[in-house]
Ligand binder design. Sequence first.
Ligand code: SF4
Length: 341
Amino acid sequence: MPELNAELKAELIAIGSVNVDESLLAGISTSSTGPGTGLKSLFFKSGGHRVRLDINNDSPLKMIKNHFLERKALPKEIKENNDFIILKDNKELVRGEIEHVLAHCPEQAYITLSERCIYDCTFCSVPKLQGKIKTLKEVINIVEQAKKTGLMKAIAITSGVAESPEEEIERVAEVVKALKRYNVPIGVAVYPTRNSTKLLNEAGAVELKYNVETMDREIFNMVCKGLSLDFILESLREAVAVFGKNRVSSNFIIGLGETDECVREGVEHLAKMGVIPVLRPITIQPLRKDELEAIRPSAEQLLKLARMTREILNKYGLRIEVSQTMCLPCTGCDITPYRDI
Ligand code: SF4
C-alpha cells in the first residue's frame, strides 16, 4: 500500500494539482489556494507527510475514493489513512486521507487580513482581486470557528498592503493584540516597515516572516516593482535580533528563472543571518498567466534544493522543528527540510 515519501511528495508538488469529483469532498473542508486567490485546494496526508494540491479538472493526477476498502476488517490506523487514492496515468500512486482545513490550512487559522494590495508583484493574485479588508469581528469569527474544531494549534496572519505598509502594520498589530487571548502561538507574514518588528513583537506575535521572494536582484526588480530587497534583508536581520533564531522565516520562490547557484547563495545568506528560507515552488496564478515567465520546478529540482537547504540549515544550527506557525510546521506547499527530507 503506497504511502507518501519525500520523492512521491515532490512528484505531487511538481504537478501541484489534482482532479477530484467535488461530490467526493462533501463534508470535507477545502481551502483557498493561497491568500486570496479564490482557487480551491485540498490537503492530502499520508506516511507522515502532507501536501496541498489545487483542485483542477485538467490535472494529470486523479483522486478517487477507496470504495473497496473493507473497513471492518482493517485496524483503525489503516481505516483512517487510506480513504483516498491518487492515480497518475490510471495507475495508483499513493493512498492517504484528506485533512480537515481550519482556515486556509490544517491545524492553523491562517488569515489574510487585507485581500488587496497597492503593489503589483507579478506572481501574486491579491492585487488583481482587490478584495476586502477583514474587520476584527470577521477575524475573530474565523478563529472561533477554528477553535471549535479542537484542532487549532496556531494562528497566522498575513496581509496585502491596502493603503500603505505603515497603516497595514498598525492594522495587523491590533489584530494580533486581540488574538492573544486564544493562547496559541501567533505568526505574522507581512511587508516590513521601519518599526514593524518592534510593533508586532509588542503586540504578541512570536514568529515573523518577511518574504524576500527571490534572491536574484534582477528578477526581484522585475517581479516586485516598488519593493526593496535590501530593506527586506535589513528588516529580517532586525527580526532575528528581536524574535530570535528559528522564529524568523522568508519565502524564496523557485521557478522565476533563478539559477541553482543563486538559490544556494541566497539560502546561505539568509541562514547565516538566522533566517529560515522557505523554498516555495512558483504557482502560476490563472489571473497572472500572461504576465509571468515562470516554470514550476521539477520533482528532482525540488528534492535537490531541499537537500541543499537542509545542509545549510544544519551548518548554521537552524532548527525547523522549533517553528510553530505558518509554513514550516504546515509543510503543505514545499519539500520542507527535516520534516520531509
Ligand atoms: S505551506 Fe504555507 S502557504 Fe502552503 S498551505 Fe501551508 S501554510 Fe499555506
